[in-house]
Design a binder for this molecule. Structure first.
Ligand SMILES: C[S@@+](CC[C@H](N)C(=O)[O-])C[C@H]1O[C@@H](n2cnc3c(N)ncnc32)[C@H](O)[C@@H]1O
Length: 231
């Protein structure tokens, strides 16, 4: 059950401790799906929300999807950059996180501002179907924990529902392959190597900017991709 929520400042120590407590518990219970032990920090979250903040046409409303919202740090950064008329789908498989996010939409100062424009979907992102279109997709999914086939299916899905000219931003953690080379089984190391090749393939095809985000625990890399516009 989600804890009772009351907030004053979305970036206060209390808020971050409460989010981190839930995140850590769920990471311990479901590490493969959660893929991290701490929620993303504000610097990484703001980088991920870049194409909501920097819109090509300031008058056109954006259709935004965030896949894998967890306890909502990136959702808050997206919400801060949203304008009237924008619509946000928050997609999360973990029912504890989905319930928590619904609570945040009612009570969290950053998210309640966009509650009327936002929907929480408790489902794997690929189950949302293809009868929808987005201008911006922000993905928090832990690709390093998935198989190459799962990663390919998710990128195929993102690029099906992304409009031509739309942006996909996603992140991963630095040095996971090097750490796995030391601590993981050979099977797990090879699985991650193969899934990272699929990520690289999409970045090589559609990447427009990649950068390291060191002020995050753990340090991360971030990629921004753009679906080619129609001729
Ligand atoms: C690394 S956490 C990121 C959480 C949050 N965005 C952040 O940056 O702190 C990954 C999140 O993706 C969710 N997730 C994993 N597989 C998913 C899927 N197929 N569809 C939607 N959410 C998924 C997990 O439950 C978890 O909340």
């Amino acid at each position: 059950m989600a804890p009772t929520q009351s907030f004053s400042d979305p970036f206060s120590l209390d808020t971050r401790l409460r989010d981190t407590g839930l995140f850590f518990r769920e990471a311990f219970r479901t590490f493969r799906a959660t893929g991290a032990v701490l929620p993303s920090g504000p610097v990484l979250a703001n980088h991920l929300a870049r194409f909501v903040a920097e819109r090509e046409d300031p008058t056109a409303p954006l259709r935004i999807m965030e896949a894998g919202s967890g306890t909502g740090p990136v959702s808050r950064a997206i919400a801060a950059a949203m304008q009237p008329g924008d619509a946000l789908d928050l997609v999360e498989t973990n029912p504890e996180f989905a319930t928590y996010l619904r609570g945040l939409l009612e009570t969290d100062p950053a998210l309640s501002r966009v509650a009327e424009q936002s929907t929480v979907h408790q489902a794997p992102v690929t189950d949302l179907g293809t009868d929808r279109e987005y201008d911006v997709i922000v993905s928090g999914l832990p690709f390093a924990n998935f198989t190459a086939e799962e990663v390919r299916e998710i990128f195929d899905y993102y690029f099906t529902v992304l409009r031509p000219g739309g942006h996909l931003s996603f992140f991963g953690y630095l040095y996971t392959k090097e750490i796995k080379a030391i601590v993981a089984s050979r099977h797990d190391y090879l699985r991650q190597a193969q899934s990272s090749w699929v990520v690289e393939e999409w970045v090589n095809r559609y990447g427009i900017e990649s950068k390291r985000v060191l002020p995050n625990i753990p340090p991360a890399w971030i990629h921004h991709l753009r679906k080619p516009a129609k001729d």
